[in-house]
Write a protein of this length. Structure first.
Length: 75
């Protein structure tokens, strides 16, 4: 089936079918958002630690993030 055939077939679909499809996609979107919030709430602290570790590892030795001075003895 080509894209034009699929679009034509969908255009001919009943309004009830279109409404049901819209409702199903909306429900799926809601489930996806809730799952994302659940994972973010449970793993948010770990993601923060991983991000900080990645930022620290990305700087060359003796150079820190902007606004942070590293003493010469630490190099």
């Amino acid at each position: 089936m080509s894209t034009a055939e699929i679009m034509e077939r969908f255009a001919e679909a009943s309004p009830r079918f279109k409404a049901r499809m819209a409702g199903a996609l909306n429900f799926f979107s809601l489930l996806t958002a809730e799952f994302g919030e659940f994972v973010r709430g449970r793993l948010g602290f770990a993601a923060g630690y991983i991000a900080v570790a990645g930022m620290v590892a990305g700087y060359p030795r003796g150079v820190g993030p902007p606004g942070v001075s590293i003493p010469a003895s630490a190099v």
